[in-house]
Ligand binder design. Structure first.
Ligand SMILES: O=P(O)(O)OC[C@H]1O[C@H](O)[C@H](O)[C@@H](O)[C@@H]1O
Length: 620
């Protein structure tokens, strides 16, 4: 998780204070060591690429590579496949979940060779659950498993923090839903909408759970601002219309300093001002204690604040206030979600690999991707309400496993790519390529046995329901892929319920942790994300310098239009000329007092000046 200072030090504009001053008073010269954003990762030379390949090879023991998927032919005899299905089928009775790994072609020899490594991974997981510093780079414990079983927290203080927060969430949600806590100026007299502002791990879990579990007509309907796209934000606010007066705004950010979330908040606050509404009486913050967001909410007297804990990462925060508060406000049974997760956690502690679904998943991933991410994970839930599962897993898996270095400092460039939407819809989009095209994936089907609530089904043709078609499509695709040597895992749940959704989240969280141990990486940090954030800050800082240079030239009599080269020179940033051109083009397209003359298709012809100059700023 990025520290606040690292975000703010990179750009003076990325600050929770609304900075109205677009023109800096002084222009700082960039140090030579300050690389422009597009140069942050130099290309590897041929020798480096070879070194990289060698270190990748090091994480796969040579004795394993001989028995792995690439050289192995899949079993095709139906009776042998049925035996394999029965032998390997995992069932969790209390959750109503099954895991079928029979269509992944791992051999017995592979399982035997992986056994000691899986046992090591389970020991590492046990230590993590007991409070070890499992995220060494950030010196942090990794405690999302304690959230659903606080008795497992390593000390009483953490346990009471978890319990108190859960009670506070339930109490607050009950009071909002019952109308005891009301918005100050809504004609309805109660909150009817939730606007959740957050990004990444502070959005994806709540989005997935809302789509999966919210009732058709929840007492509070949720919508999300999860980007700094102004048109997207306007769209959400416009759709709320007069109901802004009865909207509970939940701002979620672990660090409390993520620029997109800060911007979303400022935009929403502006909408409240324009509607004559009192934002603090409708605002809730979920963030780490003493973060900028926390302090802002405290000082401004927001309606409520809920903590995010240092030891819970964003992408594993669904069972913290981040996921639980929005869910509870939609009357989703969060205690059942927590129970589903803790039941699944318990199963995932089994040291018998066949009885440990997370270990089985990790084993399959390792087999299918040769332990180096050589194949993508395609997630295909055959249920509309699970549409966002793949998006949720994309962050969980890719941010956790996508790492340049392993724990010993070897360059490994690990990861598994994740994508997918839902079946059978995707059969009409890209299954053609999956079956016959480039063989670079393995599929995971998510099957839901219950088609509709009891008593609602009907036969649209004799003996066949709509749900039977969905079922048939899944089975047909699974077998069509397999017959063409495409491997698949099937996770089956009885129904989409708070319990099964909690269990699915827990299953994949643990599988990611175990897999990370198998490939010896830290699953709990995200150093690569910082580069993009830092680069964005640099672009915005450069934009201010461009404006200052243009302001100076535009205040001259007569106005001095500048070429892009001249702007770059005067910014003392000739190496950033391309970004400067893009800054100019973006500002010109947005009527920002900047006039660009010439043909945008040939950037050298463009001359630029400001429509209005700011003399005060020039002499400030
Ligand atoms: O919750 P926040 O601190 O606002 O962070 C939101 C997101 O920011 C970054 O992109 C991190 O890589 C994500 O892991 C995190 O979920």
């Amino acid at each position: 998780m990025a520290s606040i200072s690292s975000i703010y030090s990179s750009s003076p504009t990325l600050n929770f204070q609304n900075n109205q001053n677009a023109f800096p008073n002084s222009i700082r010269r960039r140090s030579r060591s300050h690389l422009p954003f597009y140069q942050t990762r130099p290309k590897l030379t041929e020798t480096q690429t070879q070194t990289q390949t060698r270190s990748v090879a090091r994480v796969v023991p040579t004795n394993l590579s001989a028995v792995q998927s690439t050289s192995h032919r899949l079993e095709k005899d139906p009776r042998a496949l049925w035996r394999r299905y029965v032998d390997w089928l995992y069932q969790h009775k209390e959750v109503g979940l099954y895991l079928d790994v029979s269509r992944v072609g791992f051999t017995d020899e592979f399982v035997t060779e992986m056994e000691p490594r899986l046992q090591d991974a389970l020991i590492a997981m046990e230590k993590l659950e007991k409070g070890a510093i499992a995220n060494p780079d950030e010196g942090r414990m990794v405690g999302h498993y304690w959230l659903r079983d606080s008795n497992r927290a390593p000390n009483l203080f953490l346990k009471s923090q978890i319990d108190k927060t859960l009670d506070a969430i339930c109490g607050f949600a009950d009071d909002v839903v019952s109308g005891k806590i009301k918005p100050p100026s809504s004609p309805e007299g109660r909150f009817t909408q939730i606007l959740s502002v957050g990004i990444g791990g502070s959005a994806l879990g709540p989005q997935f759970v809302a789509e999966a579990l919210a009732p058709d007509n929840p007492p509070l309907k949720i919508r999300f601002i999860d980007n700094t796209d102004p048109a997207g934000i306007d769209h959400q606010i416009a759709q709320l219309g007069p109901e802004l007066a009865s909207t509970l705004v939940i701002v979620i950010s672990k660090s409390g300093g993520t620029p997109e979330t800060r911007n979303g908040l400022l935009e929403v606050q502006k909408a409240f001002r324009e509607a004559g509404l009192n934002f603090p009486k409708q605002g809730v913050a979920i963030t780490q204690e003493n973060s900028l967001l926390d302090n802002t909410a405290r000082i401004e007297g927001w309606l409520a604040r809920f903590p995010m804990f240092d030891w819970v990462g964003g992408r594993t925060s669904e069972m913290s206030a981040v996921g639980l508060l929005p869910a509870a406000l939609q009357t989703i049974d969060i205690r059942e979600m927590l129970l589903g997760a803790s039941l699944m956690d318990e199963a995932n502690r089994s040291t018998v690999i066949k009885n440990n679904p997370a270990a089985l998943l990790a084993l399959c991933w390792y087999w299918a991707t040769d332990g180096v991410g050589s194949k993508d994970m395609v997630i295909l839930p055959y249920k509309d309400s699970l549409l966002l599962f793949s998006r949720y897993l994309q962050q969980l898996v890719m941010e956790s496993l996508g790492k340049e270095y392993d724990l010993d400092g070897n360059q490994v460039n690990q990861g598994i790519s994740v994508y997918g939407n839902k079946g059978s819809t995707d059969q009409h989009a890209y299954i053609q390529q999956l079956r016959e095209g480039v063989h670079n994936f393995f599929a995971t089907f998510i099957e839901v046995l219950r088609d509709r609530p009891p008593g609602h089904d009907w036969e649209l043709e004799p003996g066949v329901t709509c749900g039977d078609y969905l079922f048939g499509m899944l089975q047909g695709t699974r077998s069509a892929l397999y017959s063409n040597d495409r491997e698949s895992i099937t996770v089956t749940v009885q129904e989409v319920t708070p319990r099964s959704v909690g269990a699915l989240v827990a299953l994949y969280e643990r599988a990611v942790g175990i897999y990370a141990s198998l490939v010896n990486i830290n699953a709990y940090h995200q150093p690569g994300v910082e580069a993009g954030k830092k680069a964005a800050g640099e672009v915005l800082a450069l934009q201010k310098r461009v404006l200052a240079v243009l302001n100076e030239a535009s205040c001259k009599e007569p106005v001095e239009p500048l070429t892009i080269e001249e702007v770059a020179e005067r910014c003392h940033a000739p190496e950033d000329i391309e970004v400067i051109y893009k800054i100019v083009a973006h500002m010109a397209a947005n009527d920002r007092a900047l006039i660009a003359e010439g043909n945008c298709g040939s950037p050298r012809s463009v001359k630029v000046f400001l429509g209005e100059c700011n003399v005060d700023d020039l002499f400030a």
